[in-house]
Every structure is written in structure tokens, then in C-alpha cells.
Design a protein around this ligand. Structure first.
Ligand code: SF4
Ligand code: FES
Length: 235
């Protein structure tokens, strides 16, 4: 009989296929590892580093690290969780995230992960960057204040919609989401409300007009369940 390929994640066995990343094997087995720039539908981007785990004692991004037989992977340990909390704190101070007023509150992965990690404050001075809001499209708003440069809309537009509506420009904290049109505005693209790019944003950066409050705050998915239980609901 052929022996199964498995590694342990926080002490529990997880099966994997050859070539599969630790992240995708864990998600396929129903195990949650915090992540923001990853969605198993797309090639990994490896930029947010929130999915960092300890593999045989070494830290690495689980979305880009291949699973190996017998590896000891540690995720929910204080050292790793503290690193993730620092990353999320940085994301909050780099942008303008005002959760109580945000149309995405209760449905936002960034907010839900902050709760998952026990983040009680940013502990760092906020940058309050000046970013451009684009409400030029008849059906879509792009609020760059909430963008975390995860690249998911870029990949979805290119790989699923076949459009290349979005791209990332700049580096580090200056990275921002660009719109590929002569004016740089969404109104001059062929973006449509039903595009996959409109469904993958983990925050409230890309929103449909006139639909924001269809589900009242308090009844949204991460209001009902923590992200470690509800992470699968929009894949
Ligand atoms: S708009 Fe949303 S999906 Fe696109 S890069 Fe920003 S946070 Fe990611
Ligand atoms: S989820 Fe792995 S680096 Fe972002």
C-alpha cells in the first residue's frame, strides 16, 4: 500500500498532493491559516506574509512554501501569532481603515483577522495617507483608503475576466492600485459588476454601488462567526 503524503499542522496530520503548498493543503483539509493576499483559485502572490508559519523551525510564507512529507508546521503558536498581529497593525496604520463607518464592516477579512489575532489597537502612529477615491464608474466604487495592495483583483481581472483592469504601482507603503485606462478612471474601463475582480477584495476597497447595506451590520458573516470558522464562505 502506498503511504500518504502528510505533514503535521499544529500537531494534526494534513494530507497533501505533490507540488501543493502548505496553505492550499491546509485549506483543502479544512484547516485555517490566516491569509489576505491568497485565494486558492489564483496563483500565490506571497506579499502580505500574514500566512507565515514555522516549518521545521524556520519561518516561511505557507502560501508559497511547498508541503513536504513529515514536516512539522506550526501556525497557532504565540511567536507566529505575534508576528501576524504586527503585520495587521501595520496594514491598519498604512491605510485609512475606519471600521465602524465602513460599508464592509462585519464582512471584511482584514477586520475579521484583526479580531482573530486579538488586536486591540494599532500601537503605532497612523500615517493618514492621501489616496484617491474613484466613484466614476456607474456601478462600482474604488476606495483606495481601504486597499491593502493584496493583488487579488489584479489576478482575478487578468486570469478569470481576461481584462487587466487593475495593476499595482509603487513600492512598499507607497504601493497603490492603478486602473488601466487612458484617464486612469474606472469609468473608462470595461469593468462590469459581475466580474470576478469585484468578488475577491478582502476589504471594502472595491464595492458595488447601491448594495452596501443589503445585509445590516450585525448580521454579516463575520458578525455571526469568527473567520477561523467562516473563512470558506466567499471562495
Ligand atoms: S482593491 Fe481590494 S482586491 Fe484589489 S488590491 Fe486592493 S485590497 Fe486587494
Ligand atoms: S497569504 Fe501568503 S503571503 Fe499573503
Amino acid at each position: 500500500m502506498t503511504e500518504r503524503n502528510t505533514f503535521t499542522l499544529d500537531g494534526e496530520e494534513v494530507p497533501f498532493e505533490p507540488g501543493q503548498s502548505i496553505m492550499n493543503a491546509a485549506l483543502a483539509a479544512g484547516r485555517y491559516i490566516p491569509h489576505l493576499c491568497h485565494n486558492p483559485e489564483f496563483r500565490p502572490h506571497g506579499s502580505c506574509k500574514l500566512c507565515t508559519v514555522k516549518v521545521n523551525g524556520w519561518l516561511g510564507a505557507s502560501c508559497t512554501t511547498p508541503a513536504t512529507k513529515g514536516a512539522k508546521v506550526e501556525s497557532e503558536i504565540p511567536e507566529v501569532q505575534e508576528g501576524r498581529r504586527a503585520i495587521v497593525q501595520m496594514l491598519f496604520i498604512e491605510g485609512n481603515h475606519f471600521c465602524p463607518f465602513c460599508v464592509k464592516s462585519g464582512d471584511c477579512r482584514l477586520q475579521a483577522i484583526a479580531y482573530h489575532l486579538g488586536m486591540e489597537g494599532s500601537h503605532l502612529p497612523h500615517r493618514f495617507p492621501s489616496r484617491q477615491l474613484d466613484a466614476s464608474h456607474p456601478d462600482v466604487v474604488l476606495d483606495r483608503d481601504r486597499c491593502i495592495a493584496c493583488n487579488l483583483c489584479v489576478r482575478a481581472s487578468r486570469e478569470v475576466d481576461g481584462k487587466e483592469v487593475f495593476g499595482l504601482t509603487g513600492r512598499g507603503v507607497e504601493t497603490s492600485l492603478a486602473v488601466n485606462s487612458p484617464s486612469g478612471l474606472l469609468k473608462d474601463t470595461n469593468l462590469e459588476p459581475g466580474d470576478r475582480a469585484m468578488q475577491v477584495c478582502p476589504t471594502g476597497a472595491l464595492m458595488l454601488k447601491r448594495h452596501g447595506y443589503e445585509t445590516p451590520i450585525g448580521e454579516r458573516r463575520f458578525d455571526q462567526q469568527a473567520i477561523e470558522a467562516a473563512w470558506e464562505s466567499d471562495y
